[in-house]
Design a protein around this ligand. Structure first.
Ligand code: AMP
Ligand code: MG
Length: 473
């Protein structure tokens, strides 16, 4: 029972896995904690009193100055393939898992501080985060949740009163992140590459209990993760979302979108769009994301093989499961884009219709969000400099008798546009968080037409467009 002495119902199952999975590491206290935002709805969902969270003890927790009773702060170990190359030792270098909250309905969530100071996994990093990435992750992850995409969430953001040194001195901040877990493909890699089959098995059993209780074996676990990722990535595609760093350490086995770094939503559409400053080859471009997912899931399959019994039988079976991704993804993609066209039961012919529209949009770099929303409202045509090809397309589309209500429910009016995130960060830098709060309010009601938020639905004016995003940790 949660009461005065224990404001959060912690039950730390990952910590019980024992040594080797993590190191015990407390957040490093900060000199000037100050709240930026508290997510009251999410707090209630977790069974945490929003007033407590806003109070001195809550602030002490989210800034990393005092862990509440029941917390067992740890830094989780993981490895990962970064841009295709194996890093055998990554881990929480700027994050600490405070513990797992069991919500009133029994659901279990990780409570993690990101930017909470150095850990044994920090290597040369300072373990800190500056304000920019904290505000970006807060706004984007909360939009994703509101749009129905599996994602980690943001419970709070706080300033630390510390200066963080990047290319320049910047204000430090901490994000309180909530996830169904922070277990990554890279967590499995960590044990697999060390040949630690006992811990690998314990991890697989933990993930099955926690995320896929119906799975009867590591093979079925792989099958579930493949299916979950196919659904999530189809949803990214349908929002014009580019994750930006789809390394295996940034792919959660729960299927939740995790680690919002140089991520972005496209304004003008092009399938090869990349934002991340470090992704020169376009490995993680919008159109590459389903292919990269297969690559990452193949790494997970290799990790699980030692748990799958006779290799002669397991290898072809696991391969079939990974190769099953495209069919699952294609079906999810057609369902999502079909709905955006107002088609409840899209056919393979409708797939070609969607692809034709995307090709028209790419040719004119039409705004992704406004074109799809415009299908529901009749304004899509205005997004094309040359509307003739669109008009021809729209005739074929109308012949399919689209349900415009369905279309409106599948395409948001507002997304967290890059230039608006940038403006919110710039204002926050000056101590003004009003633009950030307004942006979060607007993008967490993404499907409602709201004239007072019309400016947030506008594409960037010339000169406002953000073309590059940075990890900027
Ligand atoms: P990312 O791909 O940005 O999620 O991070 C890759 C790895 O770098 C993870 O192990 C992070 O914990 C670590 N890392 C990133 N930024 C920092 C930092 N400022 N201090 C310490 N470690 C960091
Ligand atoms: Mg990461």
């Amino acid at each position: 029972m949660v009461g005065m002495t224990q404001p959060i119902a912690f039950d730390n199952s990952y910590a019980r896995l024992g040594p080797g999975f993590y190191t015990r590491t407390a957040p490093t206290p900060v000199p000037g904690p100050a709240l930026i935002a508290v997510n009251e709805g999410l707090a209630r969902r977790l069974g945490i009193d929003p007033d407590w969270l806003r109070g001195p003890q809550g602030l002490a927790m989210v800034a990393g100055n005092a862990a509440p009773p029941g917390a067992e702060p740890i830094a989780q170990a993981y490895a990962g393939h970064q841009f295709g190359g194996l890093s055998p030792q990554l881990g929480d270098g700027r994050a600490v898992l405070l513990g797992e909250v069991v919500a009133p309905d029994g659901a279990r969530f990780d409570l993690q501080l990101k930017g909470s100071g150095p850990t044994p996994f920090s290597r040369r990093g300072d373990g800190r985060s500056w304000l920019g990435p904290v505000l970006r992750e807060y706004a984007v992850s909360e939009f994703m949740a509101a749009a129905g995409v599996p994602t980690t969430r943001a419970l709070a953001a706080a300033l630390t009163g510390e200066t963080v040194w990047r290319e320049a001195p910047l204000p430090g901040a901490v994000l309180t992140r909530v996830a169904s877990s922070h277990i990554r493909v890279g967590t499995f890699e960590f044990f697999a590459i060390r040949g630690d089959v006992d811990r690998l098995r314990a991890l697989a059993e933990h993930v099955i209990d926690r995320h896929y209780p119906e799975a009867q074996s590591p093979m079925q676990l792989l099958e579930r993760v493949v299916a979950a990722q196919a659904e999530t990535i189809a949803q990214w595609m349908a929002l014009g979302f580019i994750h930006g760093v789809m390394n295996t350490d940034n792919m959660a086995v729960s299927g939740e979108t995790i680690d919002y770094g140089p991520c972005a939503f496209m304004d003008g559409f092009h399938p090869d769009r990349v934002f991340s400053s470090i992704d020169r080859a376009g490995r993680y471009a919008w159109s590459e994301q389903p292919h990269v997912a297969v690559w990452n899931l193949a790494q997970l399959a290799s990790c699980l093989l030692p748990l799958m019994g006779d290799a002669d039988a397991a290898v072809p079976q696991a391969t079939r499961i990974v190769h099953g991704f495209p069919a699952l993804y294609d079906a999810a993609w057609l369902r999502r884009f079909g709905a955006k066209l107002g088609l409840a039961q899209p056919t393979e012919a409708d797939r070609a219709l969607v692809e034709r529209l995307l090709a028209l949009m790419a040719a004119q770099q039409a705004d992704f969000t406004r074109v799809f929303r415009g299908l529901a409202t009749g304004a899509a045509r205005d997004e094309f400099r040359d509307p003739a090809p669109f008009d021809a397309w729209a005739q074929d589309w109308q012949a399919r008798s689209p349900d415009l209500g369905l279309a409106a429910g599948a395409s948001p009016v507002r997304i967290p546009r890059n230039h608006r995130i940038q403006q919110a960060i710039d204002a926050g830098f000056e101590g003004d968080f009003a633009p950030f709060h307004r942006l979060v309010a607007a993008v967490t009601q993404p499907f409602d037409d709201r004239p007072d938020w019309a400016d947030l639905a506008d594409p960037p004016a010339p000169g406002q467009e953000v073309r590059v995003t940075y990890c900027g940790t």
